[in-house]
Design a binder for this molecule. Structure first.
Ligand code: CAA
Length: 376
């Protein structure tokens, strides 16, 4: 039986901020951001857009492409940007998507690795119950302290995937290698809205776990590097993925970083945005090509796994929509960037636009209220 990704898409903000502008205000040479770190823009989020509205925007695009959404009997929500440590954000998403009530909904957390954990659980579930479909969502908005070295790598997005039997995009292979090691490289205590990190340690640990998991993957699968046609790496910023590619060997990852370089770090979603970027932009036919994936979540857990692209995959891609969404984003000023970072302005005071049809309209009595937007 073949199990894997049947459909995949992402949603990010309607707004972006140029790193050239950030460099000017932070008194940094822009070349450090665009060449040294590999980023040119970041997605930035108005107060009415959050991990729920982004997720619903992404998932709605997929539901319109499947025959029977009642066959979704599991929704796994992966995030490190949770606003509630008890209630799973996936439950809000389940409600706004009007999914079947006989659907198991839960969250998964392990920094940027969480969406890969979700994907692997979904794969096992479908292998046991072949008629079921699993909706897997990774949604993150990441902020670092102002003026910190992490600031130019901020960003955010949601990726939504349907995992099923006989998938139309990617068949996951049985080969995979996982490694867990406790490291204090990146964390966010529940009382903080911005992440804390040890940047150099995180980059070192990322590359160390890549080496361990890739070597183990090669040993277990009895494949060689040459058998992997394309590589997608977790992409906290594009230079990190380039360093990963250099460590593996002579690999071109240009097509996998096109979207990440203008979205910024989307944590759980980031690896899968690299995959979508490859699918949408690669000029070669990817049919039957083996893709190697390296997933890294600080703290830390890493996994190297692979899959093969399914014949006919192009027919179900949403490439034009992805490109249009990015092209149509609105640039914001430094003043608005600071305002968005604080996330405290009254809701809808400036009529900020959402990417989808749902908006966070209010928070009162510690409850979040959402409403549908009528778009004409
Ligand atoms: N022109 C061109 N290049 C320049 C330059 C200039 N004027 N000035 C500096 N550079 C280059 C440097 O040479 C360096 O290149 P190399 O890495 O190839 O040596 C690069 O720009 C970065 O410079 P620094 O190392 O001085 O940068 P920094 O210390 O200010 O910050 C960082 C870099 C530590 C990665 C920082 O962005 C950071 O802390 N980010 C957050 C943590 C992170 O993303 N870690 C990644 C691994 S953890 C993970 O993957 C999980 C996750 O998603 C968070």
């Amino acid at each position: 039986m073949h199990v894997g990704i049947d459909l995949i898409t992402f949603s990010t903000s309607k707004y972006f901020f140029k790193l050239e502008t950030l460099a000017k205000y932070r008194n940094v040479d822009y070349a450090k951001y665009c060449t040294g770190i590999g980023q040119t823009q970041m997605s930035v989020f108005p107060p009415n857009e959050d991990i729920i509205t982004l997720s619903v925007a992404a998932a709605e695009k997929l539901l319109s492409e499947i025959d029977n959404k009642d066959s979704i009997d599991m929704l796994i929500f992966a995030s490190e940007s949770s606003f509630d440590i008890s209630k799973a954000e996936g439950i809000y998403v389940h409600k706004f998507l009007k999914l079947n009530n006989e659907c198991r909904v839960f969250n998964i957390k392990q920094a940027c690795y969480s969406l890969t954990a979700a994907l692997q659980i979904a794969k096992s579930h479908v292998a046991l119950y072949p008629s079921s479909k699993v909706l897997v969502i990774g949604s993150d908005i990441i902020k670092y302290p102002s003026n910190s070295s992490g600031e130019p790598t901020q960003g955010g997005a949601a990726v939504a995937m349907i995992v099923s039997e006989s998938p139309r995009i990617l068949e996951l292979e049985p080969y995979s290698s996982v490694f867990t090691k406790e490291v204090m490289d990146f964390w966010r205590p529940i009382y903080k809205s911005e992440a804390l990190f040890d940047g150099k340690l995180s980059a070192y640990n990322y590359l160390e776990l890549l080496k361990i998991t890739f070597d183990k993957y090669i040993k277990k699968s009895r494949l060689s590097k040459k058998d992997i046609d394309y590589f997608c790496f977790h992409c906290p910023f594009c230079k990190m993925a380039q360093k990963a590619a250099r460590q593996i060997g002579d690999i071109d990852i240009h097509y996998t970083t096109i979207y990440n370089s203008v979205i910024g770090n989307s944590c759980s979603a980031s690896l899968y945005i690299s995959f979508i970027s490859l699918l949408d932009n690669c000029l070669n036919d990817l049919t039957e090509k083996r893709i190697g994936f390296f997933s890294y979540g600080s703290g830390s857990v890493a996994e190297f796994f692979s899959g093969k692209v399914v014949p006919g995959y192009k027919r179900v891609l949403l490439s034009q929509r992805h490109k249009k969404d990015l092209e149509e984003r609105i640039e914001i000023s430094f003043e608005d960037y600071e305002l968005f970072r604080k996330n405290t302005s009254p809701f809808n005071s400036k009529n900020y636009v959402n990417i989808g049809n749902l908006t966070l309209s209010n928070i009162s009595d510690d409850k979040r209220y959402y409403s549908k937007i009528n778009k004409f």
